[in-house]
Design a protein around this ligand. Sequence first.
Ligand code: NAP
Ligand code: SF4
Length: 674
Amino acid sequence: MDTINTPFPRLFQSLDLGFTQLKNRLLMGSMHTGLEEEKGGFKRMAYYYAERARGGVGLIVTGGVAPNRAGWIAPFSIRLSKSSQAGQHRLITNAVHDNDSKICMQILHSGRYGYHPLCVAPSKIKAPINRFRPRELSRSGIASTIKDFVTCAALAREAGYDGVEIMGSEGYLINQFIVQKTNRRKDEWGGTFKNRIRFPLEIIRGVRKKVGNDFILIYRLSMLDLVKNGSSWDEVVELAKHLEAAGVSMINTGIGWHEARIPTIATMVPRAGFTWVTKRLMGKVSIPLITTNRINMPEVAEKVLADGCGDMVSMARPFLADPYWVEKAQEGRAHEINTCIACNQACLDHIFLRQTASCLVNPRACRETIAPFVVTSKKKHVAVVGGGPAGLACATTAAARGHKVTLFEAAAEIGGQFRLARNIPGKEEFEETLRYYACQLEKHGVDVRMKCRAELSEVKDFDEIVVASGVRPRTIRIPGADNPICLSYSELISGKRQAGRRVAIIGAGGIGFDVATFLVHHQSTATELNQFMSQWGVDMSHSTPGGLKKAEFTISDRELYLLQRKSTKPGAGLGKTTGWIHRSALKKNGVKMLSGVEYLGITDEGLGIRHNNETSLLSVDTIVICAGQVSELGLADELKAGDVAHHIIGGASEAAELDAERAILQGVTLADTL
Ligand code: NAP
Ligand code: SF4
């Protein structure tokens, strides 16, 4: 690869650690995949990491590995405490080294976040996000835990890793020792700051002594806890200096404990939204600092380095979305990058549900061995009808495999439901996926027919016909539903029609929430950094321990009701790791959410409802219908009637609970079989 002519010169400078060199400034950050605990998972991880190494990343950090049983994230999760466990890691380290990259293993002790009865902590204080109360570590327990960290690091070296990352952030065990909130000990491990940082420093000294000087030792430092009574900025700086003196090679940035109620990586966080935190530490130590969070494209990463926000950039999810991110950036093909849209849907949400991680925009992620990309040996003519996520995924994959593909799209633009999603404040990243698909259509020579509703006669002679005609909004059967104060979500979001000041939203699913967000934010989009930080109560001067201040939300001047018939909590079906953010943001904006509502009728005066056995009139001037979708079959019915073989994917095959993850997965999976 030519490093001289790259448009991102700072990203492609090597980094000298004295005893070893990293070939560029790009680090694949730690992320649990779920493969760690699967049968045959090490082989799959070897392929997964090897592909990212082949893609050019300078350094990889694995998902967290526990140093002992108490440190498990969940029962029987991955740990490395015996020599016999080190052998299987060789599959990974060899695969990465064979592809000219380096890899560190992250050592993570979950402490009171361990989702099991064996969890331990500096003090017996339960985490608000865990039902298990931890056992307080005894002094001998602390000594043996430190020993377990050291043994784990030595075993990582034995397994061929180039180094380890000690997880000292996000509220895990080490972090729990550092802050008073979770460390109420009266012995030499608690009380003063010096005592509270003894635990991480003893670990670092022990590890450095055991592994020698020619082994990368990264410490992930919680630079902004975002919890009450967290570390002060002075404490962060002091700890960083001690870490350097104790033998750390690089310091990585940790932002926010898992229990913090502030979004730190979700899609509404502005790009590179927390790199200012690392920047404040630059120059305070002489070892390299790694910055992170919501960096997803090369121009953003390059700017982060140019602005002096770090010496190296860490990204985790963007490497799930595109293993060849680095190579594409280096070769001036950034427009070909499949961008991580920070949705969390197929990665972190899967992990929380104890499923294997993958990626919404790249369903091959973590499935490299079971869904490999294979060029076709039998070229076919393929017609894909519909240019939404399912159709685009299918058309571009089939064409990349070597088929001759024609894509028919009735609208003037590709994208289907993604064209609506990108208009939602905080979901602008969906535009990147459309840019990626447009680029792939062109690259692989797909014959794209826009504003073209495919007729049976046009497609019947293709070798394969794929119907991906999507969905249309469901209409509702409420008396008065044809009143002009009603509009569909697609009319509203596409800008065809406008809402008034008092609005009721019928349906509190994903789209109901999107519409509410659209309506409360339609004038100020909260994507600006300062606005985001003040809305969520982040103290950018870090003058309070933990970096929190009073949140300042601008209440929308709209009066909004978000309604559903079910008695469950509105938004219960939203993503595990993001649903709370949407609910919290709308509540702060004064949106009234009602469950267990019966709709009685719609008149010019508004919406009549029965709620808690009382009838009332919601005096609104607009009612937005977000009651789900039905399949748009059109051509599929004609093909069926004419007995013409075809495939149906995406919303056209099943509209219920359709989401982009399923649509894209179906598109790619079908294209792989054509
Ligand atoms: P949805 O999640 O199925 O929600 C539909 C809503 O309409 C429900 O609240 C339902 O609640 C209500 N409803 C259904 N039939 C109705 C009827 N006949 N009359 C009145 N209300 C009715 O569908 P969606 O909101 O359209 O979202 C579509 C898909 O996209 C979903 O799979 C969703 O997860 C996904 N999506 C996800 C996100 C995200 O942030 N992760 C964002 C947007 C979309 P009741 O039946 O209780 O009234
Ligand atoms: Fe990024 Fe979403 Fe893919 Fe996760 S699922 S890697 S957040 S695009």
